[in-house]
Design a protein. Structure first.
Length: 341
């Protein structure tokens, strides 16, 4: 922070010494530099003019952030979007916001979904199965970064259940609907922080010892998101005759989410960070790319960032560990090999 302030002060002093003509040239050069810098940090953009008319999309955690932007773009492109959110009040506020941004209110449907409750996830999935004959796009976007160790009423560590077990159960229960789509796509919003995760020890995952810290616990769930996508993809391919694809992604570091927990003393850093971090709209681009792009038709079991395939962490490529995680998750959410709502 001190270095940043010194650099800004030096730059300000430099501008004061310039004459008017030189100042104009320097200003134009600086503006161009900032523009190029901003373009670099925006990351990959989904630019295909693909219609989503007639498609049914399910997006979790879309009352704010990149989930909100993902829902907005899918709706504007013609999709019916089911907004799976824990808070009805916040979901209704999000719907109002989206309509003001040009969305069709008749294609924005709120369904209550609390991923920290197995019972609630089952109720949500049951409702969706009653409402729709198929689902084209499922985006597991919701995520939680919890400050300390807690357990849900189901007996699991809260971050682990909200970020992995809940989405896992939802995916299993909606999989029959996704398989009825002509080309269903399942997308797990993970994070590059999965590369910082230790190998997941399933024997201690629900203990305070296994929790470690909020940072470690979160990273483990993001690793699980990547591993889940790989293993589900493998199992679907093993069954044969499937058009469903399953992929994971890193959305980027989002400015608004990063600064949410900082005070007013960070305003200068926030201003500068705005050039070097992604906006919520930028953060939604890879989700949209995986949901709609013709470039990834048939591509499955992969990890993406900035609308491009990227390598996963080595620990995510352990096939045996992926299988063990999947088998453990099936038992943890109360499912056998044939999911039942």
């Amino acid at each position: 922070m001190c270095g940043m302030i010194i650099a800004l002060a030096t730059l300000f002093g430099y501008f004061r010494m310039l004459d008017q003509n030189s100042l104009v040239v320097a200003g134009v050069g600086s503006a161009l530099g900032l523009y190029l810098l901003r373009r670099h940090f925006k990351g990959g953009q989904f630019g295909e003019r693909v219609s989503a008319k007639g498609k049914v999309a399910v997006v979790t955690g879309c009352n704010t952030g990149i989930g909100l932007e993902t829902a907005r773009e899918l709706n504007i492109r013609g999709a019916k979007v089911y907004m799976l959110c824990r808070s009805e009040e916040r979901a209704r506020e999000a719907q109002i916001t989206l309509v003001k941004k040009g969305c069709d209110a008749t294609r924005l449907i709120y369904v209550n979904c609390d991923l920290s409750s197995m019972e609630n996830v089952r109720t949500c999935a049951h409702k969706l199965n009653e409402l729709e004959s198929h689902v084209d796009i499922l985006i597991n976007n919701a995520g939680l970064w919890l400050g300390g160790f807690e357990k849900t009423k189901n007996g699991h560590e809260t971050t682990w259940q909200t970020n992995h077990l809940g989405p896992f159960l939802l995916t299993e229960l909606l999989l029959p609907l996704v398989e009825k789509s002509k080309a269903g796509r399942i997308i797990n919003v993970a994070s590059t922080l999965h590369k910082k995760s230790p190998v997941i020890d399933l024997s201690t995952i629900d203990t305070e010892e296994g929790f470690g810290s909020a940072y470690i616990a979160y990273n483990k769930t993001k690793l699980a998101n990547v591993m889940h996508a790989r293993e589900l993809s493998r199992r679907l391919r093993a069954k044969g005759n499937t058009t469903v694809t399953v992929n994971s992604l890193h959305p980027g570091v989002i400015a608004s989410e990063l600064w949410r927990n900082f005070g007013t003393g960070m305003k200068l850093a926030q201003l500068i960070g705005g050039f070097m971090l992604k906006s919520e709209k930028d953060g939604a681009q890879t989700s949209l790319y995986l949901a709609l792009s013709s470039e990834v038709k048939g591509v499955s079991g992969c990890y993406f960032m900035d609308c491009a395939r990227k390598p996963e962490a080595p620990q995510a490529l352990d096939d045996l560990a992926c299988k063990q995680l999947y088998d453990y998750s099936m038992k943890a959410v109360g499912l056998d090999s044939s999911p039942k709502i």
